[in-house]
Ligand binder design. Sequence first.
Ligand SMILES: *[C@@H]1O[C@H](CO)[C@@H](O)[C@H](O)[C@H]1NC(C)=O
Ligand SMILES: *[C@@H]1O[C@H](CO)[C@@H](O)[C@H](O)[C@H]1NC(C)=O
Length: 416
Amino acid sequence: MRFGKWVFCALLLFLLNLVVGGEDFEQSRRSERISGSAGDVLEDDPVGRLKVFVYDLPSKYNRKILQKDPRCLTHMFAAEIFMHRFLLSSPVRTLNPEEADWFYTPVYSTCDLTPNGLPLPFKSPRMMRSAIQLISTNWPFWNKTEGADHFFIVPHDFGACFHYQEEKAIERGILPLLKRATLVQTFGQRNHVCLNKGSITIPPYAPPQKMQAHLISPDTPRSIFVYFRGLFYDVNNDPEGGYYARGARASVWENFKNNPLFDISTEHPATYYEDMQRAVFCLCPLGWAPWSPRLVEAVIFGCIPVIIADDIVLPFADAIPWEEIGVFVAEEDVPSLDTILTSISPEVILRKQRLLANPAMKQAMLFPQPAQSGDAFHQILNGLARKLPHDKRVYLKPGQKILNWTAGPVGDLKPW
Ligand SMILES: *[C@@H]1O[C@H](CO)[C@@H](O)[C@H](O)[C@H]1NC(C)=O
Ligand SMILES: *[C@@H]1O[C@H](CO)[C@@H](O)[C@H](O)[C@H]1NC(C)=O
């Protein structure tokens, strides 16, 4: 049985490479676009479609925090810093708040790291409250809508719920003062209290230069069928493995650790990026938080992402045709992963690979320095532009108040 599978896999990989390397070479190597579908939206130019006013906050909300810990520039939530820098010199920025469509408050609320580099969001609610208090007293714009024309970058695990444990995050809910704002966040899961309708889901930050330095020839045969590196169990926090990733990762390991189609391990090799370029499928299972840079890496390295995360809302899902690029496997179907993946025809695999080869897909996943057209910064702006014009009902009558400034955990009300 095992041997049979292995022969099948070898044959499949051989056929795939034969199609790519044979007569169809020129045809199949080319990248493919899905014309007339959302794929085209990625190339929109946001300039001229929106104007953003950047509040000038005291440096204690941003630059000073970064000075204390420069590691904030490289962790997976660094987008909050790079987006600020990008907006300061972007042509969509306006210095005249009266003509702004959107208001942006530069608060680096994930830049509080443990010695191991993990962001702690415990101070974030007080810091955010403090910033909102400041802009609402010094400028008239917050009070006009109570934040409905303001956007915030909140890339933490569970966005503006500001806790890294899901149960606690759900208990907290979105910070009450941010209820009307547009939240730009990496967290995305349907029907979850930490995802507001109208939020913009973005990819986590993954260092572009580091990935580019590991690019190998696109002609390299894809000789690995399924690839994954990462945790299957979180022994420190969840020894039984029943809760971590809702058991999906444990199930991948238990079912496929001895399956030759699956190159899976907890060990992170030096050739990790190269290996992804030698693989047909890269597993992107849920972790503690739904997002990790794994999806970004799969897209950059042309490895078909296999998304195992029920109800996930993927980055820029209104612009990127994820269903066409990737493979979605329900968490409960993990035990059949081998059958599901080996049943996908070579034609379908090749089409997904051609779509992944479209540079626009890769560009949309990255936050390069300096910014480039079509990158994740531009996709965020495109997302904000698509939400315009604001509904007239968001503008409050003079004196009208909707937000409750004393709602939420008492600890959050302490000054920052
Ligand atoms: C906005 O409303 C708050 C009360 O909710 C008030 O304290 C503040 O001064 C107002 N801001 C401006 C600029 O009038
Ligand atoms: C605001 O929230 C606090 C705390 O939950 C609550 O006691 C108070 O009644 C609320 N105020 C209004 C006007 O709803």
